[in-house]
Design a protein around this ligand. Structure first.
Ligand code: MOS
Length: 749
């Protein structure tokens, strides 16, 4: 390499250079096809468990069959008496609850302690998968069971914590409620959910003679996962290499390492041969993370003009004792709507259920589900159209501390969505009927806090005139391969076929990982910065100034000079590393992506069955990098909204807390017939405060508020307000019957 350049950028203010508006390859924002698409459909993009090294043994996790207590003994000898069994692994380092990806350290977990039914307590390894499974499922385990387990987050004797940092009291909400012209005091309940990724959690571990661990797995944030794994197995991070070039969905369940990674690594070290541990579908449901159920009470009040005077949001969520994560349902309550008198209260019930953790849009997904229904209820109480009511209550500055907003085209999303969807055809509730079907329209706001994460990427302009992008960033189905190809191609004036993107290998510079919708903005920025430095390298070789350079289709032009890229790299490649750091910019502006959901739902007046007819999402998320993958993200998120509002419910047995519906047959996610015609539109936007791409997060935006638009449409269709999710036909029917008994719908508003 003739040059090694590092280009760093820390976001301490806006980046108003808007470099991607100055280039001419015209790749950014196009619906470019995924470079990994053909590999995936042809089965050539291999996932973790499809790449077994020579001589691999197979491990199967043993699940606890008590909800609380200690493992006294494992019948290891009995297990080893089975044909093919090589060993049983448990002990101090064995990971019982999944890590959460945050601190980059595996959680400390007392040896042998059981805190939920289904928790992994050991690994049995054998020559074949079937041998390991048989021995794991039949191994005798002695427990000392404790009788004081808590299963119900709402029960009187369940321990509850109220962390000080998650409470807010501003003004006087009680007084505002009593003085208000209009108010609602309503409680919503959302269900526990599973992330249910298509690819089960899997890890294949092998150690070389120098004591270096290679782990091929299915993970979202390799930079942190590597540290967690090193910490758990007691080696330095430099002794761990993780590979995850393709990941079949994560949705938060792969942010941190799951128990199978540590188990595979420990067993492989001991046995001195590679060990593969692939979770079963049931294991994924039980042993990774679930989304907490929530109880959310809203006390909202407004003056006679429908202007919020008070906003109160009290929530209760749950997690295992000692776990630091708690579903942050009040995230948008701090900045979305106005109201001088504000209260946020947050409680965590300590229950013996599968560990709760991040699931797509942690916080906003269940939070906005309830907020946007409660806002619909207050709009009606005020006699206002729900869109007008929301627009009237957008604060000028953050209502708690006066921070300025970044780009926020929420009103525009609502207005443009209304026009596209035909909102003016909406009738009073219960007024539109087609035979047995009552038809309603609903609306809800989408909002998701924009986050960034440190990220590095290396870009090399090679002798043959093509570019190579390397980072340990992952593509969990989101389109990372696509957008990094586009950013590098755009910045270096290369068509996509001359850009190669390599991901998911910790030998590459550490990217941001995929989480919190920050992947594209953070790692994309690192690629942009590296390319900016490579452009300067080109200028040096041409003897021109950066301002003069223009790159397109593999040709560099500056003044009257003109050269092919491969001529410029003939003497050696030009390489640079981009280093993106989130700075104080995110404290100077409230940065969030926004949108508006519109839904048309038909409710059967005889059976209570809801049928989603069509949905529209209009979003503003800064610069859109790829129209196709951005649309797919929002589409997928909105379908999650259908699931969360109408179908999904992870059922815990009230007697022992175990998950009853731990597979895709019993845990109902939407199938094609449940997913209606969905239209997606984006508004043009540049967010200079977020990153040098001017983009904002999009991966989790689509789910935020989507379900509320359906519940609001159900209410508009038939007058039944479902506050206890999911809105299944039995609940809607019960509402219809109750309404009938009271003499039908009250006078429409
Ligand atoms: Mo996300 S729930 O941060 O993968």
């Amino acid at each position: 390499m003739s040059e090694t350049i590092i280009r760093q950028l820390e976001m301490t203010g806006p980046d108003e250079r808007r470099l991607l508006d100055l280039t001419s390859q015209n790749l950014i924002g196009t619906p470019m096809l995924r470079p990994d698409g053909p590999l995936k459909v042809a089965g050539r993009a291999t996932y973790a468990a499809e790449n077994l090294p020579e001589g691999a043994a197979f491990g199967v996790l043993v699940r606890a069959t008590i909800p609380k207590g200690r493992v006294v003994s494992l019948d290891e000898d009995g297990a080893k008496a089975n044909e093919g069994v090589l060993g049983v692994f448990s002990g101090e380092a064995f990971l019982r609850n999944p890590a959460q990806g945050g601190a980059g350290q595996a959680p400390v977990q007392p040896d042998g302690e059981v805190s939920y039914l289904g928790q992994p307590i050991a690994l049995v390894v054998a020559e074949t998968y079937e041998q390991a499974r048989h021995a794991a499922y039949t191994m005798a385990v002695d427990y000392a069971q404790e009788q004081d387990a808590a299963f119900d987050p709402e029960a009187e004797d369940t321990p509850v914590e109220r962390p000080d940092a998650k409470q807010l009291d501003q003004g006087n909400l009680d007084a505002a409620m009593s003085a208000a012209a209009h108010s609602v005091d309503v409680t919503y309940r959302t269900t526990p959910d599973s992330s249910a990724p298509m690819e089960p959690h899997a890890s294949v571990a092998s150690w070389d003679e120098e004591g270096t661990l290679t782990l091929r797995g299915s993970y979202q944030m390799l930079q942190l996962n590597k540290k967690e794994l090193a910490d758990a197995v007691g080696v330095g991070p430099d002794k761990v290499r993780m590979l995850a070039p393709y990941v079949g969905g994560g949705f938060g369940s792969k942010l941190g390492i799951a128990p199978e990674a540590v188990a595979a690594a420990l067993a492989a070290r001991e046995l001195e041969r590679p060990v593969a541990v692939v979770m079963t579908r049931q294991h994924v449901f039980e042993m990774t993370v679930r989304r907490s159920e929530t109880r959310q009470r809203f006390r909202l009040c407004a003056d006679a003009d429908g202007r919020l005077s008070g906003f109160g949001h009290e929530s209760r969520v749950s997690n295992l004792p000692g776990e630091s994560f708690s579903e942050p349902v009040a995230m948008t309550s701090h900045f979305l709507y106005s109201g001088e008198n504000r209260q946020v209260a947050h409680e965590i019930a300590r229950v013996n259920r599968t560990c709760a953790g991040s699931v797509r849009a942690p916080g906003e997904a269940p939070g906005l589900m309830a907020t946007e229904c409660a806002m619909d209820e207050l709009a009606e109480a005020c006699g206002l159209d729900p869109i007008e009511f929301r627009k009237r209550n957008l604060p000028q500055t953050q209502p708690e501390n006066g921070t300025a907003y970044g780009t926020r085209q929420l009103a525009e999303c609502l207005e443009q969505g209304a026009a596209r969807f035909g909102w003016d055809a909406r009738q009073a509730r219960g007024a539109r009927r087609e035979g047995e079907w009552l038809i309603g329209l609903g609306v809800a706001t989408a909002a998701r806090t924009n986050m960034s994460s440190p990220a590095k990427a290396r870009v090399t302009l090679r002798e043959n005139g093509s570019a190579l992008v390397e980072t340990d960033m992952t593509d969990i189905g989101t389109g990372t391969y696509s957008i990094l190809t586009q950013i590098a191609g755009e910045m270096l004036g290369l068509p996509p076929e001359r850009v190669e993107v390599r991901l998911g290998d910790t030998d590459f510079p550490p990217g941001s990982g995929s989480g919190g919708s920050w992947g594209a903005g953070s790692t994309g920025s690192a690629v942009l910065l590296a390319c900016e430095a490579v452009r300067e390298g080109i200028c040096l070789r041409m003897g021109v100034r950066p301002g003069e350079l223009s790159l397109k289709d593999g040709e560099a032009v500056a003044g009257n000079q003109r050269a092919r890229i491969e001529e410029l790299t003939a003497d050696g490649p030009i390489a640079a590393t981009g280093d993106f750091k989130p700075g104080t910019a995110s404290q100077q502006r409230i940065l969030a992506s926004y949108g508006a959901h519109f839904a048309e739902v038909a409710v059967n007046a005889v059976t209570g069955e809801p049928r989603v007819r069509r949905m529209l999402g209009v979003f503003s998320a800064g610069r859109i990098l790829n129209a196709r993958t951005a649309r797919s993200q929002c589409l997928g998120g909105m379908i999650w909204g259908v699931g969360e509002a109408l179908l999904e419910d992870l059922v815990h047995d009230p007697r022992d807390g175990h998950i009853v519906n731990h597979d895709l047959a019993e845990y109902h996610v939407p199938v094609n017939l449940d997913a209606p015609e969905i239209e997606i539109a984006f508004l043009e936007e540049r967010e200079d405060w977020a990153n040098p791409l001017q983009s904002k997060g999009i991966g989790e935006l689509g789910i935020c508020g989507a379900g509320a638009s359906l519940l609001n449409a159900i209410y508009n269709a038939c007058g039944v307000r479902i506050r206890d999710l999911p809105a299944t036909p039995d609940k809607i029917l019960a509402g219809l019957i109750e309404q009938e008994a009271k003499g039908g719908l009250p006078a429409a508003v």
